[in-house]
Structures are given as C-alpha cells and as structure tokens.
Write a protein that binds this ligand. Structure first.
Ligand SMILES: [Fe+2]
Length: 492
C-alpha cells in the first residue's frame, strides 16, 4: 500500500481522557494519499464515484470545555473507479483554522462555553464559534462543499483530490445573514443547491438557491417569531421545507445575553413550505404539527394535494435529566428519534402525522437521486447507546415495513452510510452502501461496501485504510459523472 504523507499538523492538545478526544474519537494529524489499498473481498466494478465524510477533529487545547461538535473539520475520501480505489484525508482550512494555526493555540470558545471566552467575534448563529466547516459535506456543481452546523461560510474542495479551494464566490453574499447552515441539498433534477441560514437578527431565517453553474439565483427571507435552531431542510419538486420547532433558546433569557436551550412542549412544530424558484411564487405556507424536534430529514415529495415529509421525530427532545456539557448524552435512546411521516394537506391546511417504526434510528440515507420524489428504501444508522457512535445499519422498506440489519461487530463503529447507485442501475436499490469503520480492537480503519439490496449478507468488500481514523459526522456519495476535478481518472 503506497502511502504518501502530504502534510502533518502539529496539535497543542494536552493528553487527557475526554471521551470525544480519545478512543474512537482520537484525532488524526497526518494528511495522507494512499493507493493500492488491501481489499478483503472484491470492489464492485459498477461502483464509480467518491465517498466523502466530514469529521470533527480537534487540533488545539480548548479554551473551555470541549464539546464533540467543536473540532476542526477533516474530510476523509475514498474514490472508486472500475474496481480500483484511492484514499485521501485533508483538514478543511477555514479562516478560523488558519488563524489558530498562525497563533498556535485556540482562539475561539466552544459550543457550551460563554461566547465571551472567544478572543474574536467568530461565526455561528450564537456567535463566538470557530467556523470549522466540520459538520456536513455534499457535492454540488462538480466540487465538494463543506458546511458548519450553526451557519458559516461555504467552503469548496476538489471532490477527488481534496485540494482546498476556499470560500465559494457567493459566500460573501450570504455571510451578513450568517452564511449557510449545514445540510444544504442538491436537487437531482435541476442540479440546484438548496440552502438556508438562521441567525439572532430578524427575519431570523433565509432560503436560497445556487444553480448548477454555481451562481446564487434566489434568496428570500423566511420570517420567524424569534431566533430558532433548525438543523436540516428537505424539498419536493415545487417546495423547500423549512421548520420552526419549539426547541430553541429561551427568548426571555436571550434578552439578557444568556443562551439557554429550552423545550416549549405546549407549542406546536411549524413547517414552512417555501416555493422553489421555478415554482409559482405564491408565498410561504405554514403548517402546524405536534411538538417535537427533528435533527435530520430523509426525503419529501408531492402526492396529489399533499406534501409528504419523512424524518426522525424525537419522542423527548429535552430528556428529563437534560444534557451534560460534553456531548456524552448524545445517545439517541435519550431523545428517541424514530422514523416518522408528516402529511401537509395543501387544500385544508391540515397536517396528519404517524410513526413508521419504533426503533431509535438517525443519520439516515436514501438513494439521493430519489430526493424530492417517493423513495422506497432508507439506510438508517443504529446508534451505540449513550454515545455519538454507530453500531450498525438498518435498511427499512417503506412499502412493506420489512427491515434488514447489519451490525459492524464489537468495538467497530461506522459512519453515516450513503447509498451509492450504480451507473446502469435497474432499480432504486441497485447499488451499494458504503461506510468508514473505526475498529478499536484491530486498531485500524476500513471502508465497507455492502450490497444495498442485501446489507444483512455483510460486506462484499472491506478496504483497509492506511491509518485508524476518528469517528466522524456527515457523509455523502457523489457519482463520478457529477465530479469536475482538476485530476481525471485514477491511474491505471
Ligand atoms: Fe446534521
């Protein structure tokens, strides 16, 4: 396995026992390129594209208390081409990352610190945060786009080489409103990037579209009653779907400069159907449903007079015992996210809702070419109790309710696992599911490739990586035909 060490970042972290800086979350500091990786099994010839995963990978000793969402961004990449593959990993060199590299120490406070602990204004809806761009990654207009959960600048990297390209050209146009949130989506039919942002200044939320030529072509306010903390969005052919959930900063305390997350269970969940730019501009329509919080959506589509939305409804968005200050209470058994359906009736303005499965699941993926139209299969992560780690994948069939599961094994933790459709796919599930594994027993990492039709049969290929990688956050699959890279195909 030829391995090239491209760069090495010198950390200032003091060795300790923080659960999100050690064990499966031990950060990586070497940036590598590796080819001719050892493969157990066989890489499918029909798998052509890239698997990209973002990671919170802390470099500097925190100024206050470290939260699992505070780390610097690092992308891990596996490129697949006709049975061959290549691994790369790179830090996302955001402005905050470069400033802290120059200073040789942390300049910004963490999520649970007081913003005043930051030396500089920083980014994020709350303010004072390091824009690490460590939350999410998607491929749009041929390049990778990384984003920060509390809103920040849109950063671009080459989707094959991970060469850093900097802040996107349209970033300055949206930065006065906070930039963009994590979880923008790419419409598979138009190639448009659909995004939102949120802040503490009225109107508190915006919706925007960047076309397939990477031009900002649509940007509208979505007024809210006050500052909110939405995390994800979805869309149909005609609508973007944004939200106003009753889990947000206490408005009375916020007026005193205190950021206290509170759940107002006597208030409804509210959903905004915002017309997309090609749809008739008939104004935003709001729908109400029972109180909850949703971190991640799976899909949405239109059915006659109804708009259908699927995502993970939380049974207890604010667990009775509350949250601790490190992210240790992120285990989903605490807040009970389950597969759920909302239906918004455009004729009556009413919402109906139902639970689709009782098991706690999150970080789900579908074949992304089905975004905005009805899907059948979801690939959901099975969480490790009490932690922000994943023990396995559950495939759910929306039509029959049948499920298949694949568990990674003791001490083996997976990543968000996108579905990678084949070029010549004959059906929605004709493709593979890919995931990175951090194996604490074998002290190494690998990429698993599973047949999307039969994940319970186990991997068809296990690709051994040149180092053990930290557990991470969001991931995506991009087909080779979507990528516009400085470098062409893998060397023969
Ligand atoms: Fe997320």
């Amino acid at each position: 396995m030829p391995v090239e060490v491209v760069a090495e970042i010198r950390p200032t972290l003091v060795p300790g026992k923080h659960p999100y800086m050690t064990g499966p979350f031990t950060p990586n500091y070497q940036e590598l390129n590796a080819t001719d990786l050892e493969v157990i099994g066989e890489i499918p010839q029909r798998l052509n594209g890239v698997y990209l995963r973002n990671t919170q990978n802390p470099v500097h000793q925190p100024r206050g208390t470290y939260h699992v969402f505070d780390g610097d961004g690092m992308l891990h990449l596996l490129s697949f081409e006709h049975g061959r593959c290549e691994y790369r990993n790179r830090f996302v060199r955001t402005q905050a990352f470069l400033e802290e590299q120059a200073a040789g120490r942390a300049l910004y406070a963490g999520l649970i610190d007081k913003p005043s602990l930051s030396e500089r204004p920083g980014w994020g809806a709350r303010g004072g945060l390091r824009d690490s761009s460590a939350t999410d990654v998607i491929v749009h207009a041929g390049q990778a786009l990384t984003t920060f959960y509390q809103c920040g600048e849109p950063y671009r990297l080459d989707a094959r080489t991970l060469e850093f390209k900097g802040v996107d050209t349209w970033g300055a146009q949206v930065l006065p409103d906070g930039g963009i949130s994590a979880h923008p989506k790419v419409c598979p039919r138009t190639g448009d990037l659909l995004f939102f942002n949120y802040s503490k200044q009225a109107p508190y939320m915006h919706y925007g579209e960047v076309d397939c030529h990477n031009q900002l072509v649509h940007y509208v306010p979505v007024p809210l009653p006050g500052p909110r903390l939405p995390h994800d969005m979805m869309f149909t052919e005609h609508f973007a779907i944004l939200n106003d959930f009753p889990l947000h900063w206490d408005e009375a305390l916020l007026a005193q400069g205190k950021h206290k997350l509170s759940y107002f269970e006597d208030r409804p969940s509210r959903f905004a159907l915002v017309p997309r730019r090609h749809a008739p501009q008939t104004g935003i329509r709001w729908f109400e449903a029972g109180p909850t919080y949703v971190l991640h959506w799976l899909n949405a589509w239109e059915e006659g007079d109804e708009v259908v939305l699927h995502g993970y409804h939380q049974k207890t968005p604010m667990p009775k015992a509350g949250y601790d200050n490190t992210g240790n209470t992120l285990g989903p058994e605490r807040y009970g996210p389950t597969l759920y359906e909302w239906r918004f009736d455009l004729r009556t303005g009413r919402t109906s809702e139902r639970r689709l499965d009782e098991r706690p699941l999150e970080f789900g993926m579908i074949n992304a070419s089905y975004w905005g139209r009805p899907h059948r299969y979801t690939y959901n992560m099975i969480a490790h109790p009490g932690s922000f780690l994943f023990d396995g994948i559950l495939r759910h069939d929306r039509v029959t309710g049948q499920t298949q599961t694949y568990l990674f094994g003791e001490g083996r933790f997976g990543s968000e696992s996108p579905m990678a459709p084949c070029h010549d796919a004959q059906s929605e599930d004709d493709g593979y599911v890919v995931t990175f594994i951090t194996d604490m027993r074998a002290d190494r990492s690998e990429c698993l490739v599973l047949d999307a039709r039969q994940i319970d049969a186990g991997p068809v290929a296990r690709i051994l990586l040149p180092h053990r990688i930290s557990s991470g956050t969001h991931a995506c699959w991009a087909d080779a035909r979507e990528i516009r890279s400085d470098r062409g195909a893998l060397a023969p």
